[in-house]
Design a protein around this ligand. Structure first.
Ligand code: NAD
Ligand code: ZN
Length: 691
């Protein structure tokens, strides 16, 4: 049986076709129609979709393809040409003077050219290759506004295209919606249309508040905007951060205005907010603009799901006219979906350098944000429980920009019957040692330590990494191969590799030249800094900053190795857990052996210049840095603060003297405010450090 919500694969369609059986095709169409109706209702009427847009679009395309192949079998109630859905009756229903249609859409350059070709086919030779105008495709909901002699009188939603809901009272609460337009005071009836949307920041705030109160959250800003606009209580609507972006004049446009771009420019001068507009002459220019917006869309304060491309001449628009669901003179050029649904086949456990056991979701490979994704991190066991995700589930995977893909939602209503809750493995998947989940910790751990091959390999990879010993040219895949061939077991063995040149050369695909490169990179890495060396050892809890602090505090390795827990605790950034882990690390005979072998092999560093902070202006102060600074990298800012005698810590506490906050300062800012820690902006900081 086909799951009515599962997207149809091309195999299914072929099966349906080869059945050459009208009943089977009609049955398949009916399945799609019923599913689409259900989803339209959930989305347009309830503002609460029960599957992702990308899946809905696929479902719709599947029906469209069948209808194109079998036009005789098209069902009378097919929703393919339908716009939206009938609104609920809580609001007064209003019939639009001019129907509010949807838009066709294209996904690729070739489709865009086809669209332009279809436009050309309907124009005379002299009119062909018209100028186009491009706008952002705002992801909200379409609303029509009417102004009588400049005074705002009515707002109506798109509804099913013919009839919408009168949401005038709620629309009045939208801050950038003009209620009085002096420039239109001599226009009897001005009708404009545009998108009501909720900016990303407002959406996140709203959902956070809802979560705190235990209320239902909105799936996306579009649904949140629609739900807010259709609140029965205008006071609630008023509390929602909505904005109106105007994109057309449908009645009352001054006659001298002949193009869409001029109409938008006029709208702007009379007081409406309009989004970015670009006029293009041909498909290549359109593509270039599309690409540039696609690259930078993450910086916009609101979500867009593509571009809209419109024939610029209003006369040509009129000549081209409409299909039943959409204009012939415009189309949406959609961006690749950033959230898609796919099946999570399995959950595997990976073992990291410090023995941390992390779950990885194995996905049915899927394109998201333009990239194929087949693995997704699930962070830790707690996250699995929070999401309630199981092997076999349909999940939503989100990937925007360069952000690591993550599971944002589990569709539990589509869960296979025999599925079982995920259990934390009791033994390490690599070495079979017992696994523990310490109280108050998020990550489970393999107790095998360096007996666990996974931890050995990860320790090697960490050791050579850029911020550690920086052995350029000795990549992870070679290290794993050397490890598997028994050439390296501990990090000290890396410095013995020159004794194995012959074996290295005979290793798969590794020529003499590459071996020489690797060996000289290893040789060069021997000259390092104490901070890098400490970091490279991979002591649990000792990240780059802590390693730098330890180097500063102790000045040389022997002092650090013999330090008591009390002494370690004097180091900035080092708390009780890290102090204990560090202390224990330097008491393990195996670790001492490795460190001695590294020193014997010639790994060395210059003496650490310990900064005497006494008498310096910021002596005794502890600073935290957050956000992005315009004038310098964070590392630089940190160095400047340290040069003035301040300690720079990674986390805020009541003991923090000040928080240096750059752009996009997030949770640290909130915490600083809560704790009453002074917040210093970039300008003030520059003055302080004398720049
Ligand atoms: N997840 C679900 O269950 C579900 C159900 C139904 C629909 N949908 C989604 O809704 C969309 C289809 O619906 P649709 O017909 O409402 O709209 P659409 O998003 O495909 O395109 C038409 C709309 O674009 C908007 N628009 C934004 N910027 C514009 C601009 N500059 N100029 C002109 N119009 C602009 C207008 O509101 C217009 O009505 C699809 O993305 C579909 O995936 C999802
Ligand atoms: Zn293990």
């Amino acid at each position: 049986m086909t799951d009515p919500i599962a997207p149809l694969t091309s195999k299914d369609i072929n099966t349906a076709k080869s059945a050459a059986n009208e009943d089977a095709i009609v049955a398949q169409m009916r399945t799609f129609i019923d599913a689409l109706k259900k989803h339209n209702y959930a989305y347009y009427v309830l503002d609460n979709p029960i599957l992702e847009d990308s899946e809905y679009d696929q479902l719709r395309r599947s029906l469209l393809e069948l209808e194109e192949e079998y036009p005789d079998l098209i069902q009378p109630d097919s929703p393919i040409n339908q716009v939206g859905d009938m609104p609920l009756s809580a609001f007064t229903q209003v019939t639009h003077d001019i129907p509010m249609l949807s838009l066709g859409n294209v996904f690729e350059y070739d489709d865009l050219r086809d669209f332009m070709r279809r436009v050309n086919d309907r124009l005379s030779v002299a009119q062909q290759s018209p100028e186009y105008e491009m706008e952002l495709k705002l992801d909200g909901l379409a609303v029509s506004l009417k102004y009588a002699y400049g005074k705002f009188v009515q707002a109506v939603t798109r509804g099913d295209g013919q009839t919408g809901e009168d949401i005038t009272q709620n629309a009045k609460t939208i801050r950038n919606l003009p209620l009085w337009i002096p420039a239109a005071s001599d226009i009897e009836l001005l009708e404009v249309r545009g998108e009501v949307l909720m900016p990303k920041a407002g959406f996140e705030r709203l959902n956070r508040l809802a979560e705190e109160k235990g209320d239902k959250t909105f799936a996306n800003p579009r649904n949140a905007a629609a739900g807010s606009l259709r609140q029965l209580d205008p006071a609630i609507a008023a509390s929602r951060p909505l904005a109106f972006y105007c994109y057309s004049v449908n009645q009352g446009l001054p006659e001298h205005i002949k193009t869409q771009s001029a109409a938008l420019a006029w709208l702007k001068t009379i007081g409406f907010t309009v989004s970015a507009v670009e006029v293009v002459q041909n498909p290549r220019e359109a593509q270039a603009y599309y690409e540039s917006v696609k690259e930078t869309r993450g910086d916009l304060p609101f979500e867009i799901d593509g571009m809209v491309i419109k024939v610029n001449s209003l006369a040509l628009q009129q000549q081209l006219g409409f299909l039943s669901r959409e204009p012939r003179w415009a189309t949406a050029y959609k961006f690749p979906a950033e959230t898609v649904m796919t099946r999570l086949h399995a959950i595997e456990w990976q073992v990291g350098r410090t023995g941390a056991i992390t779950p990885v979701g194995k996905l049915e490979p899927v394109k998201v944000g333009g990239v194929t994704v087949s693995n997704v991190t699930l962070h830790n066991f707690g996250e699995i429980q929070r999401l309630d995700v199981r092997a076999g589930d349909m999940v939503s995977v989100h990937r925007a920009g360069d952000v690591i893909p993550k599971v944002t939602r589990v569709w539990t209503d589509q869960r296979p019957e025999n599925s079982e809750p995920v259990k934390l493995p009791s033994t390490c998947p690599v070495c079979d040692s017992p696994v523990v989940l310490p109280k108050d910790e998020a990550l489970a751990r393999c107790t095998g330590g360096l007996f666990c091959p996974a931890q050995q390999v990860e320790a090697l990879i960490h050791f050579v990494s850029r911020r550690a010993m920086d052995i350029d040219g000795l990549g992870a895949s070679w290290l794993i191969s050397f490890f598997e061939h028994g050439l390296v077991k501990t990090v000290a063995d890396i410095y013995q590799l020159h004794n194995h040149q012959e074996e290295l050369i005979t290793l798969e695909k590794l020529g003499e030249k590459s071996v020489q490169n690797i060996l000289s990179a290893i040789e060069a890495s021997k000259q390092t800094t104490l901070a890098r060396f400490i970091y490279a050892l991979g002591i649990r809890g000792v990240g780059e900053t802590t390693a730098q602090n330890l180097a500063q505090q102790f000045g040389d390795l022997d002092a650090l190795m013999s330090a008591s827990i009390e002494k370690l605790l004097l180091t900035p950034d080092v708390g009780a857990i890290t102090a204990e882990l560090t202390y224990k690390f330097f008491r393990a005979p195996h670790n001492i052996e490795v460190i001695n072998a590294l020193r014997e092999a010639g790994v060395h560093w210059d003496k650490v210049e310990q900064v005497a902070s006494e008498g310096l202006p910021l002596d005794g102060q502890t600073w935290v840095i957050t956000g992005a600074l315009d004038s310098m990298a964070r590392d630089e800012a940190k160095a400047k603060l340290q040069a003035l005698g301040a300690k720079v810590s990674g986390s805020i506490s009541a003991k923090t003297t000040a928080l240096l906050a750059g752009d996009k300062a997030g949770s640290k800012m909130a915490k600083a405010e809560k704790l009453g820690v002074k917040v210093v902006g970039e300008e003030e900081f520059l003055v302080l450090v004398g720049e």
